[in-house]
Write a protein that binds this ligand. Structure first.
Ligand SMILES: *[C@@H]1O[C@H](CO)[C@@H](O)[C@H](O)[C@H]1NC(C)=O
Length: 524
């Protein structure tokens, strides 16, 4: 009997080992951009991959900071000085990042700077010098770090990218699709689908501008950078591919987008919406926080401006205004605040340096979220069905806010417009108008209603791409065509040419004939 059991257990162990060897991949994870909220999201993917037995090596500007098996870190140290380059005081005091062109250049400037900073880092340089490593898959954040795609060439591995901020037209192009600018607004625009004439005109203008500048300025810069840092690889005799062609070789882009917030657009099987993947089942809260929320008879408001816009750096008068407004409410307020020095704290307000946002939003007593409108928090509020007051600052925050307001569960206020009257009237409106609550619940139900859990879908695609060596069979052949060919302008040109020729020939024939007739008449 016992031998039988041991035989069975040996067999099971063998089977498991077999699965482990078949399914365990070596993955190089690239996260050179050190925006804290981005990293929070990417960590979920890393954790999930390692939990499933994959070996992850990650190049990152921020430490993982928790024990994790199967995980090796290459730290960009010191990290890119994000806060010196984009000072909070500037963000709090101006609107300079709210224009479309500013936003576009902000992304590119940030992308070029962080990419270079990472590649120059000593640890990354040492990592690049090693030739004893092998990877089955490159997973890279898709956030303006295109020069890093050259890692895929170095390791001859397929690429999956994760777009933390949603869709852009160039992702369509990487998959061989041209975005129809007649119907799909540029990523920076908050137009609803069904644009009017002027909106379409502006959309074409901005999209063309983006396309041309990316093609003739930004991507060549990225290409130059890649040549500079990976040039040694050419010694093997194989010329470096261009970053542009590597972008076209991306197997799958996992896009942090959700149809509940963003409108549908033409897509490819290799563009996968995984909005909400970072939202995990809620865990128990720290004791103090749990009690504070449990005992809130009139509900809890959670106020956080995210990981970047630290509330403690906010101008003092605004902070005082907010505390005054919060102090007058019946609800309890949790304010994510990064220092202990907030001054006189009203009884119903609690500050918390580190707040487990997802777990707080999941609490049954949550009645309102006051947020800067980052993509991650916006999805969390939708998932948990919490009405939201947006205070957007930069990047995609304005767009997220406008979309959420339009979908009926939120309202927004600019930081500069915050006064005691303005913000308390908006808070009251959101708290005591039934429609926001109802709509938030409807949206939550839609948000959760997906055929596959988005994190599971993400892992599936990463494994699929690795299993099938980049899955080239899924790549739309249009990536090989120029825009001219894609739009059939060459065929159209040829057709026009043939037509012109035909007209020319026919006219000559007619001329000849009529001349002959005239000549014949003359003879008579
Ligand atoms: C995700 O996949 C795992 C493993 O296949 C499964 O155990 C889990 O239930 C899935 N999660 C969800 C939310 O579907």
């Amino acid at each position: 009997m016992s031998t039988k059991v041991s035989v069975v257990s040996v067999l099971i162990t063998l089977a498991l080992l077999n699965i482990a060897t078949v399914q365990s991949y070596k993955i190089l994870f690239l996260a050179p951009f050190n925006g804290p909220s981005h990293w929070f999201m990417l960590k979920h993917f890393i954790r999930e991959l390692t939990n499933r037995g994959h070996e992850v090596t990650c190049i990152t500007g921020i430490k993982f900071g928790e024990p994790l098996g199967n995980y090796t870190e290459v730290l960009i140290d010191p990290a890119y000085p994000l806060r010196d380059k984009f000072p909070l005081s500037e963000l709090y005091n101006s609107q300079s990042y709210s224009s479309d062109l500013n936003n576009l250049f902000l992304y590119w400037r940030l992308g070029l700077a962080t990419s270079r900073h990472g590649l120059e880092s000593a640890n990354v340089q040492n990592f690049l010098k090693r030739n004893d490593l092998h990877f089955d898959l490159i997973v890279s954040e898709q956030f303006f770090q295109e020069s890093w795609l050259m890692f895929a060439h170095k390791y001859n591995a397929p690429i999956v990218t994760i777009s933390t901020y949603g869709y852009s037209d160039f992702m369509d192009r990487a998959m061989g699709l041209l975005t129809p600018w007649s119907c799909v607004p540029h990523m920076l625009l908050d137009y609803e689908h069904g644009m009017n004439f002027f909106q379409r005109s502006y959309n074409v203008l901005l999209s063309t501008f983006d396309y041309m500048l990316r093609e003739y300025y930004y991507m060549p810069e990225m290409n130059k950078m890649a040549k500079e840092f990976f040039g040694d690889l050419e010694e093997t005799g194989v010329p470096l591919p261009s970053v542009q062609s590597l972008e076209k070789s991306i197997s799958v882009i996992l896009v942090n987008s959700h149809p509940t917030l963003a409108k549908p657009r033409p897509t490819m099987v290799t563009l996968v919406s995984i909005g909400g993947a970072h939202i995990r089942p809620p865990k128990a809260l720290p004791q103090e926080l749990q009690r504070f929320m449990d005992e809130a008879e009139n509900g809890v408001i959670y106020f956080s401006l995210g990981a970047y816009m630290q509330s403690s750096a906010m101008p003092i008068e605004k902070r005082k205004t907010l505390l005054k407004v919060f102090g007058k409410l019946k609800q309890r307020v949790i304010w994510k605040f990064e220092t202990d020095q907030i001054g006189n704290l009203p009884k119903n307000v609690m500050i918390s340096k580190w707040a487990p946002q997802n777990d707080i939003l999941a609490h049954k007593n949550m009645v309102l979220f006051i947020s800067h409108g980052g993509q991650f928090g916006t999805f969390e509020s939708m998932y948990h069905g919490v009405p939201t007051l947006f205070i957007p600052f930069f990047g995609d925050q304005h767009r997220n806010a406008i979309r959420a307001v339009r979908s009926g569960y939120a309202s927004k206020i600019l930081f500069a417009d915050i006064t005691e009257e303005s913000i308390s009237s908006q808070i009251h409106d959101l708290l005591y108008t039934e429609k926001y609550r109802r709509r938030a619940k409807e949206i939550s139900a839609m948000f959760r209603d997906t055929p596959v859990d988005p994190m599971n879908a993400s892992i599936y695609w990463m494994e699929y791409v690795t299993r099938h060596k980049g899955a080239p069979h899924l790549k739309f052949s249009a990536v090989k065509h120029s825009v001219l060919e894609y739009l059939l302008l060459d065929v159209l040109g040829a057709a026009v040419l043939v037509l012109v020729l035909l007209i020319f020939v026919v006219r000559r024939c007619i001329c000849k004939k009529s001349k002959q007739i005239v000549d014949k008449k003359k003879q008579h």
